[in-house]
Design a protein. Structure first.
Lengths: 90, 262
C-alpha cells in the first residue's frame, strides 16, 4: 500500500492528459512508512511506479509505450534483486 | 518556352518520377543504437529521498549503463515499387531482464513493430505488440516539412545530404511533445522512402538521428542492396485494427489506473 500516494497522484495527473505534467514532490516523505508490510511484488510495483514518475519528469517527450516498457524493465530488475535477497535470507 | 514545351517537360518529369518509383527493388539494412550523452544524469544525492526512490535510481542506472547503451537493433527496409516495409530483426536475449530492457530499447528507438507504407495511397500501417496486445495501427502519413541543407557526407558509398525537421511525438504522454529529427538522404537512389515512418525527400534516407533526453538515437544504413530479385512485401495483418487516434486513447486510458502494471 505504500505506493498508494503515487498511484493516486499519477492517476489524477493523467486523467487530463492535455496538460503538461507538473508533479509536486512536497508530500513525498509520507510514502515510505510501511516497508515491512511489503512483499517483493508490492515493493517492486512501488519502485517501478516511482521510476516511471521520475521518467516522465526527465523525459517530457516520453510516449506511453516507452513508459510502459520502462516500468516493466524496472519491475523485472527489482524482482530479480528482491528474489535473490529473499533466497539469501532463507 | 511554349505552352506545348511546358506540357512535354511536365509529362517527362512525371514519367521519370514514376519510373524512379516503380522500377527498382531495394533492401537496406540499418543499425540503431543510443549514443550516451556527455553530461551526467541528474540523480538526486539528497539523503532524505525515500527508499523507493533510491531503489528506482539504482535500477535506472543499471538499465541505462549496463544494458541500454550497449544494445543495437538491426533492421531491414524493403522497397518494391510504391510500397515499403521496415522491420527489426528479433533478438533472443538470454534472460528476462535483458529481454525486458530490450523491449524498452526497441520502444524508445521506435524499433518495435513492423512499419508498412504505400506511397501511392499514402496509407501507413504499424503492426506492434504493446501493452500485452497485438495492434494494427492505420494512419494517413502526414507530409513532413523538411529543411534540406547543403551539408553532405558519404554513407555506404552514397553521397548524402542533410535534412532536418521538428515533428510531433506520436502517442506522447504530453500531447504537445515534439522531437528534432536530422536525416541524411541520397539522391543517387531517387525513391521517397526511409526507415520508420520517415519519408518525403527526393532520395532514400540512409541515416536518422533523433535527439532525446537519454542521448541521440542514431539509425544508420550499413548495407544497401540494389535491384534485389525475389523481394516480397506484404502488408501486416496481425492485430486489432485501430486508428492512430483510437490507439492513443487506449494508451491514455491505461494510465488512468496510475500504473501500467496489472
Amino acid at each position: 500500500m505504500k505506493n498508494i500516494f503515487l498511484t493516486l497522484f499519477l492517476a489524477f495527473s493523467f486523467i487530463s492528459a492535455d496538460s503538461p505534467i507538473n508533479i509536486d514532490n512536497s508530500e513525498e516523505t509520507s510514502e515510505c512508512e510501511c516497508k515491512t508490510e511489503d512483499t517483493p511484488d508490492s515493493w517492486c510495483r512501488g519502485v517501478a511506479n516511482r521510476a516511471v514518475y521520475d521518467y516522465f519528469q526527465a523525459n517530457p517527450n516520453a510516449s506511453h509505450e516507452d513508459a510502459w516498457n520502462y516500468e516493466v524493465a524496472i519491475y523485472s530488475l527489482c524482482r530479480f534483486f528482491e528474489d535473490q535477497y529473499q533466497i539469501g535470507n532463507n | 518556352m511554349s505552352r506545348l514545351n511546358i506540357i512535354f517537360l511536365f509529362a517527362f518529369l512525371v514519367t521519370m518520377n514514376s519510373w524512379a518509383q516503380n522500377n527498382h527493388n531495394y533492401k537496406v539494412t540499418y543499425q540503431t543504437k543510443i549514443i550516451k550523452p556527455q553530461k551526467k544524469n541528474n540523480t538526486k544525492e539528497d539523503k532524505t529521498i525515500s527508499a523507493e526512490e533510491k531503489a528506482a535510481n539504482r535500477y535506472k542506472e543499471i538499465i541505462f549503463n549496463d544494458y541500454l547503451y550497449s544494445m543495437v537493433a538491426i533492421s531491414e527496409l524493403k522497397i518494391i515499387e510504391n510500397q515499403s516495409t521496415y522491420k527489426t530483426r528479433k533478438t533472443l536475449d538470454e534472460d528476462e531482464i535483458k529481454a525486458s530492457v530490450r523491449n524498452f530499447f526497441n520502444s524508445i528507438t521506435k524499433n518495435s513493430g513492423e512499419y508498412y507504407y504505400n506511397l501511392k495511397t499514402n496509407e501507413e500501417l504499424l503492426a506492434k505488440n504493446t501493452f500485452g496486445k497485438d495492434f494494427l495501427i492505420f494512419n494517413q502519413r502526414n507530409s513532413i516539412s523538411w529543411t534540406i541543407t547543403k551539408d553532405k557526407k558519404t554513407i555506404c558509398n552514397f553521397i548524402c545530404y542533410k535534412a532536418t525537421a521538428t515533428l510531433k511525438v506520436k502517442n506522447a504522454v504530453n500531447k504537445g511533445a515534439k522531437k528534432k529529427v536530422t536525416v541524411w538522404f541520397t539522391q543517387s537512389i531517387p525513391v521517397s522512402f526511409g526507415p520508420f515512418d520517415y519519408s518525403g525527400l527526393p532520395g532514400l534516407i540512409l541515416e536518422v538521428n533523433v535527439t532525446s533526453n537519454y542521448g541521440s538515437i542514431l539509425t544508420t544504413a550499413n548495407k544497401v542492396d540494389l535491384n534485389v530479385k525475389e523481394l516480397k512485401i506484404k502488408a501486416p495483418t496481425k492485430g486489432k485494427k485501430v486508428s492512430l487516434e483510437e490507439y492513443e486513447k487506449i494508451s491514455r486510458n491505461l494510465l488512468k489506473k496510475g500504473s501500467y502494471l496489472n
